[in-house]
Design a protein around this ligand. Structure first.
Ligand code: 13P
Ligand code: SF4
Length: 305
């Protein structure tokens, strides 16, 4: 039955000239029918490159907004309008305005997991995979890194010559894993390497064997000679890896790293959206909003090349 719907989705994609771009935290069923499945950095680059007239973004809202900002001539839809990122929604516009006013010389670097409105205030935007490279490439020394203080802590340690200030904020899903759970997973699988996302608690990141974005973790695990891995990021990555390589063993660091917002989008939502775009949520932005929020994303693409 699933295969039947997946086949119909493939036909509808062609008929409607739609590229389905999925973040790798989507289910295996969605990634299988997607034109591309990858991390935030790859999705933002692809939004500009796909030839189709429409984009159906399976992920969370800031990703669909980023696609719209980079491809304003395309119609960008989300299959489920409630799929937002709590970290992105929590960052207060007035707070960022206040930080800019109090320290006008300190550059505002925001994680891509922010709303389009916040991006209007930022100098540069970064993804987890490109943050260190981009911050190192910036000529300025004084930086505010917003809002993920766990990723910020990792960046600070990798860029010791920069003066980076952080605020309290981050991903409630990745940050929920404790050191006790980390130690228990290691005790259960003593031969496994721990691969972790920098959105996790720095105490865990420091003790891990590899730190990277979603795609970096997948690439590392799939090309490594080792046979067992504890995966410290969203549960889908553990599943995708196990589907891709059955000769290796992948264990979730904690089943708590399941993002309820990423899981809101289902294969059925994708099917319904392609049958009738009225049942999807379209990202609408004015030309002025796009122009203002695009500057920090362009800077990211320029510095992260
Ligand atoms: P990336 O690894 O794609 O940067 O994303 C992490 C994440 O939490 C996306 O919401
Ligand atoms: Fe937001 Fe975390 Fe979910 Fe990513 S995993 S969408 S950062 S809540």
């Amino acid at each position: 039955m699933i295969k039947n719907i997946q086949e119909q989705i493939k036909i509808l994609k062609k008929e409607t000239s739609t590229a389905v771009l999925a973040h790798s935290y989507q289910s295996e069923q969605i990634c299988e029918i997607a034109d591309y499945c990858g991390d935030s950095f790859a999705l933002s680059k692809l939004a500009q490159q796909v030839p189709q007239k429409n984009i159906l973004l399976c992920g969370v809202k800031f990703m669909a907004e980023t696609a719209k900002i980079l491809s304003p001539e395309k119609r960008v839809f989300m299959p489920n309008k409630n799929a937002t990122c709590p970290m992105a929604e929590a960052l207060d516009y007035e707070l960022v305005e206040h930080l800019k006013k109090t320290e006008p010389n300190r550059k505002i670097v925001v994680y891509i997991n922010t709303t389009a409105k916040i991006k209007e205030l930022a100098d540069v935007c970064v993804t987890s995979s490109a943050a260190v490279k981009i911050i190192n490439a910036m000529p300025e020394k004084e930086i505010y890194f917003l809002p993920d203080c766990n990723l910020g802590d990792y960046v600070k340690k990798q860029c010791p010559e920069k003066d980076i200030k952080l605020i309290q904020g981050g991903c409630p899903v990745h940050a929920s894993v404790t050191l006790e759970e980390f130690n228990a997973a290691k005790a259960e699988h003593p031969d496994a390497l721990v691969l972790i996302h920098p959105e996790c608690d720095p105490k865990l990141v420091e003790k891990s064997d590899f730190v990277g974005s979603t795609t970096e973790i997948m690439d590392y695990a799939l090309t490594s000679d080792k046979k067992e891995f504890i995966i410290g990021t969203e549960i889908s990555i553990t599943e995708h890896l196990q589907f891709r390589d059955t000769a290796k063993k992948f264990y979730a660091l904690s089943k708590k790293i399941t993002c309820p917002n990423m899981k809101l989008t289902t294969l059925i939502d994708v099917f319904h959206s392609l049958q009738d775009f009225n049942s999807a949520f379209e990202i609408k932005m004015t030309a002025e909003e796009i122009e203002k929020s695009k500057k920090c994303i362009d800077k990211m693409l320029e510095l992260g090349r």
